[in-house]
Design a protein around this ligand. Sequence first.
Ligand SMILES: Nc1ncnc2c1ncn2[C@@H]1O[C@H](COP(=O)(O)OP(=O)(O)O)[C@@H](O)[C@H]1O
Ligand SMILES: [Mg+2]
Length: 558
Amino acid sequence: MELKLVKFIIPYWRRLLLVLLLSIVGTVLFILQPLIGKFIIDEVFVQKQYPFERALGIAVLLLFSTYLISAITRFIYMKTSLQMVTLMRTEFYHHLLNLPIQLFRKRRIGDLTTRLNEDISEIQRLYTDIILQIINLCLTLLFSLIVLFLFDWMMTLFCMILMPILLWGTHKFRNLLFKENLEMKEIGSRIQSFLFESLSSMKFIRSGSYNPWMQNKYTSLLESGNKQSIKLAVINTCAQSVPQFMIWFSTITLVWFLGIKVLEGSLTLGALLAFTAYQANLYSSVQGFAQVYIRIQSGKAAVNRINEFFSIPKETDGNGEISAFHSIIDLKGIHFSYDNSKRILENLSFSIEKGEKIAIIGESGSGKSTLVSLLARIYRPTQGTIYCDGVDIQMVKKESWHKQICFVSHDDPIWFGTIEEFLQSGKKKFSLMEMEKALMDVDLWNTIKQLPGMLKAELSERGVNLSAGQKQRLLLARAILLNPEILVLDEATCHLDSVAEQQIFKILQDKMTDKTIIVITHRLQNIGWVNQVVRMDQGQIVYEEGVFANGRLAKMSN
Ligand SMILES: Nc1ncnc2c1ncn2[C@@H]1O[C@H](COP(=O)(O)OP(=O)(O)O)[C@@H](O)[C@H]1O
Ligand SMILES: [Mg+2]
């Protein structure tokens, strides 16, 4: 399962290898310290056979180089792992943007951001930190064992007898920790989602004094998080107390036995100190392994959550190109349902000729927005095909299709950035004149002119510094600038008054005479200019004869 994530490590293997080598050198230098200590005590202080200054010099050099190497290692490691995390996050975000849209109804946004932030950081630690740690631990364990055996094999065997108890204790806590960690992450996600949803519905909360209700909800979520944290902390403490107790027990026993030998003169003081130091190293490395094991369990929860995500296939895209819209869009036998249970559109067929102006009307919930979102390829029909000049639009690259069609909806968002950036939206560079002209067309230029910086003025998050009507005008200005072959307005003028809506429609008619325009509106008095009226009723197209002077029967081919 980890294979999907290994690709994020591969680009950095050289630097990781360097980190690995440096940390091996660092560990070896660290392991040598007790031996040097023994040498200084026995040879310099007791036997007085080696010059004090020279021994001190060696010790200082050893300490200093151990420190230097570990600092360099940490720096290189940090830089590399940050780059790895950036790569992983970017890839995750990219994957996210290309997933089937249905998933976003099921998954809470907070859950996704938790995965993006915390889970990925945890994976980064798991993959890099832990590998380094394991290597260091192996070296420490091996070296300590060798030195201990050389000193006193019987006492070493005694130390080792206690190991299985230690490992058994750790193992016992493994599954429990894994389960509880997963639960902790779920609660974290729930809290994030709640925060995200409530903070972005501030107007609603204020409008009805829902604050206390929200506060209570947040407190109870936090409390469930606290309860889980305490539970986890207790389990963790129990899991770690097993090795801790083993270390105490063995150190006391060793000092007792070896202390007697020192008193009898059969063991030097330096050897006693070195032996206890290596014994502590041995235990702490075994304990380190146990902790690594526990961390891997908790990291695995993060790996599972990320892998689960990466294994959802991206939405398939076509690979054809569409360079222009020449004559006709045909919708043939379109069925659609959001979740395979309730049919939203039923066997719907009609066609739109190039240059036509179409109004889609009907009661709220009749399926108007759903129909146009199929055209904009937000969703794909469950059954049936939409053809553009005889080509199934699903077979065309989305990006290519979106060069032909521009979709403006009443719930389109306005996001951070300047007005200029928003108008360009990464698509085309428009000149200042063009932008100014488009803003004049939608009667927004006078407002923007007064903002500090004008087109360079920053839009605040979700455009809260604009009124609902001004936001719609801005979205319409962008559509006018893009001047697409097909323009779809899904109640994109609903926040304007009837006169303003009429003016916008007039401008669109003038500017886009040869372009195709599809509008959804509830104001029937404003659609006199269209040449086809499609009335939707419960997911089907109906036509009421005689209602619209300019309307003609929607072509129904079934
Ligand atoms: N994202 C969605 N998930 C599930 N059902 C939806 C979704 N959007 C709309 N619907 C349902 O589809 C039906 C048609 O909705 P919609 O196309 O938005 O109607 P209209 O735009 O005509 O008001 C409604 O019954 C609505 O409940
Ligand atoms: Mg709608």
